[in-house]
Write a new protein. Structure first.
Length: 409
């Protein structure tokens, strides 16, 4: 019998011993604290942020009307353009159900099967699946950590990957994916780095896809990235698509609304938007109620980000106090922004073995660095959006396990 399934993704999916162990411990009734939990609906509300009854926003008779527009309802896009204030008009926004869907649309727009996109490493593993579902290859570009300065971009890795694609070694590179700030490294793209990315992409004739869902959450970068407009939105030097949405900007992933902001050289931009409109028209996935509510939801974005930044700063400060004292064997990486802290700890065991023993002995789930293609071991992550008490409990379990382990053998 022939295999009826596509080969877009490898199957069977490789087993994850950590997730399997965690599920087993939870099934046994063990108390497992998820120190890497980044689901805002599980860890909010925030002190100092007023959660009004959102249901009232959806009590709108216009929700019974259906006005199919490939780019999303005009009144929603007008509100978005006004709120963003980057100088681009509502016709340059495309509303989607999520940033994952936005990536899918853009891969369809830019890539033929077998083409490739450049993605950051370390980075979020979802790209392998999103690209694979579009029959698109993934090629990495490197970020390297230099303590205490932070993360540096290996531009040579980008140039080499583009050149290899031209030589037929792997797929043709059609776009560079940037996460600004990167997840999980929390590193923003500086003005000088931005200029270089634009120059490389323009010279190679490829696009930039810039995910800015964490842009409004600076931590050790201060207010600079948000205040000085480090967004790529409105970039005219190269075809650019900026992604954002309600999932992070308001901590409301369940409302399922994201957007693409398109910009670039006029001729390329107009053709790109016409093509993207055809793709969007094939799905029409953004729901009418959430689009109607968007103008009112956007009014809550700044208060939400301000309150959450307070929690991020508090938790990171606690982490540094707990793990960076003189006798500590740990190192906390610089975190310019985002929701994740990265910790480098002693590697007296393999990283996965440490993660398994943290689970079984300390009841602590912390995602290890190899989940994100970190080049070093032993790296672990902690979610800065956890309530302060939960974060402190996770820190105590983490530090305590390493302290105890030093004397076990």
């Amino acid at each position: 019998m022939s295999d009826p399934f596509s080969r877009r993704l490898s199957w069977p999916a490789p087993a994850n011993s950590l997730s399997t162990t965690r599920a087993g411990l939870i099934a046994e009734g063990r108390d497992i604290l998820d120190w890497s939990d980044s689901n805002p609906r599980r860890v909010l509300p925030l002190e100092g942020y007023e959660y009004e009854n959102l249901a009232s926003l959806f009590d709108n008779p216009d929700n019974l009307r259906y006005e199919p527009d490939p780019r999303g309802l005009l009144r929603a896009r007008e509100a978005l353009a006004l709120h963003r204030g980057t100088g681009i008009g509502p016709r340059q926004y495309f509303l989607t159900a999520s940033s994952s869907e936005a990536y899918g649309w853009l891969f369809k727009l830019l890539c033929d099967p077998g083409d490739a996109i450049l993605v950051p490493r370390p980075g979020y593993p979802l790209f392998d699946y999103l690209a694979g579902l579009e029959s698109v290859q993934v090629s990495p570009w490197r970020l390297e950590y230099v303590h205490p300065h932070g993360w540096e971009i290996d531009f040579d890795s980008i140039e080499e990957a583009i050149a290899a694609g031209r030589r037929g070694e792997g797929g043709r590179i059609k776009a560079i994916v940037l996460i600004n700030p990167n997840n999980p490294t929390g590193s923003y793209i500086s003005e000088a780095e931005r200029e270089r990315f634009v120059s490389i992409a323009a010279r190679a004739g490829i696009a930039l896809i810039v995910d800015e869902v964490f842009l409004a959450f600076p931590v050790e970068a201060g207010e600079a990235p948000a205040r000085r407009g480090w967004s790529f939105e409105g970039e005219e030097g190269v075809l650019t698509f900026v992604l954002d949405g309600l999932s992070k900007s308001l901590g409301l992933p369940q409302l399922k609304l994201g957007w693409i902001a398109a910009s670039g050289p006029h001729r390329l931009l107009e053709e790109a938007m016409e093509r993207l409109e055809i793709i969007a028209d094939s799905y029409l996935s953004a729901g009418t109620p959430v689009m109607n509510a968007l103008p009112h939801l956007l009014e809550r974005a700044l208060p939400f980000a301000t309150a959450l930044r307070g929690r991020l700063a508090t938790n990171l400060a606690a982490l540094r106090r707990g793990l960076e004292h003189r006798s500590s064997p740990h190192r906390v990486y610089r975190c310019e922004g985002g929701w994740t802290a990265i910790i480098e700890s002693p590697r007296f065991l393999g990283e996965e073995e440490i993660a398994l023993r943290l689970l079984s002995e300390a009841g602590l789930w912390s995602q290890p660095g190899h989940f994100f293609d970190m080049e070093r071991e032993a790296i672990f992550t902690a979610s800065l959006i956890l309530p302060e008490a939960s974060f402190a409990e996770g820190l105590a379990r983490y530090a305590g396990w390493f302290t105890d382990e030093e004397y076990r053998s």
